[in-house]
Design a binder for this molecule. Structure first.
Ligand code: SF4
Length: 350
């Protein structure tokens, strides 16, 4: 059995005059949710049960316009943001999303990425690339329709998501990152079939530990399959070795197949917390700022934005929110914290 070494991340100095939070972290990643709606009902995010009990999605006039998002994003970039990820709900449900990508892609030196469930990607990939999108991540929790249905709560053919991944590759958005949330007893049997399918494809398959996000997914620690067990399972058939992170706040721990068949990754919020290098902010589709995926409340920027707030006032508000930040939820998670009234993931994106 190979000894599984632990990765080492090198801290990066923040830029001059950029705000630091109470744990010395700077801002470099912004996730922008452009809608709280989704056409899937993934059990770990927005299960059917949560939707059927009179859940109200945001009205269109409550959503930030693309112009408002662009203005705020420009202010975040001035505070150190280097990577912007567009999320949802399902971001491709937001009409003319390419127009927003074009605006954001005009920021020099900023990487624009997007996370999607892939259901509309086959038709959209070319336009997203043409609009300036740099990279794309597709959520896919199994290859067989039965397990996929069990995880997503909808009857949607996996082949259409795979066609979306192929279209993204053909459009030049490769390597595509494929995110698989692993829930013990639900889809862990699908790990090796996914590995076999994506090995040698040039795309990067990543495994995400089942997390206690939001309030509706009925999270239990017993349903978490630790990343080290996932790596052991894969290593027993396809030997792997660790790869150093690309940057300080990279979420996934990278591994590569020793036979050169590509890379995989694991995102271990439950068993290997990475809060100490968390430089992420999340902006909801109605303009509320969240300093952690497991936050219980956000800070509205929309009100200031729509009541004539100046760029200086907005920037000071953003910096102030960050400088008061002390989030490290994954380091302090317990069975008791799992039940806290946390923000829903489909409202702020993963
Ligand atoms: S739990 Fe919160 S602070 Fe920790 S890594 Fe996740 S988003 Fe960052």
């Amino acid at each position: 059995m190979n000894v599984i070494p632990i990765h080492t991340a090198r801290p990066q100095p923040p830029g001059a005059n950029l705000p630091l939070d109470t744990l010395g972290r700077h801002i470099s990643d912004l996730r922008i949710s452009v809608t709280d709606r989704c056409n899937f009902h993934c059990t770990y995010c927005m299960p059917e049960s949560a939707i059927n009990c009179g859940f109200k999605f945001l009205r269109h006039d409550e959503l930030l316009s693309f112009e408002e998002i662009e203005r705020l994003a420009r202010l975040f970039v001035a505070q150190g943001v280097k990577r912007i990820r567009i999320t949802g709900g399902e971001p491709l449900l937001r009409r003319n999303i390419e127009q927003l990508i074009e605006k954001l892609a005009s920021f020099p030196g900023v990487e624009i990425t997007l996370t999607t469930n892939g259901s509309m990607l086959a038709h959209k990939a070319k336009a997203l690339k043409a609009a300036g999108l740099h990279r794309i991540t597709v959520s896919l929790d199994a290859l067989d329709d039965a397990t996929f249905r069990h995880m997503t709560g909808v009857d949607f053919p996996v082949r259409d998501v795979l066609a979306g991944i192929d279209a993204a590759g053909a459009a030049g958005l490769d390597p595509v990152k494929i995110n698989m949330v692993v829930k013990r007893g639900a889809n862990d049997h699908a790990i090796l079939p996914m590995v076999r399918y994506f090995r040698g494809s040039g795309h990067t398959l990543r495994f995400i530990e089942f997390m206690d996000v939001g309030t509706a997914n009925g999270w239990k620690l017993g349903e978490v399959l630790p990343s080290r067990d996932i790596i052991r399972l894969i290593d027993s058939e396809y030997p792997v070795e660790p790869v150093n992170p690309k940057h300080f706040s990279e979420v996934a721990k990278r591994w590569r197949y020793k036979d050169g068949a590509g890379e995989i990754g694991v995102i271990s919020s439950v068993t290997q917390a990475f809060c100490s290098s968390c430089t992420r902010l999340r902006l909801s589709s109605e303009g509320s700022l969240f300093t952690c995926l497991f936050a219980q409340k956000g800070h509205s920027l929309r009100d200031l934005l729509r009541n004539g707030g100046s760029d200086a006032e907005l920037s000071a508000t953003i910096a102030g929110i960050w400088q008061r930040r002390d989030d490290r939820y994954s380091e302090i998670r317990t069975d008791n914290t799992a039940g806290l009234k946390k923000v829903e993931m489909h409202y702020i994106g993963g």
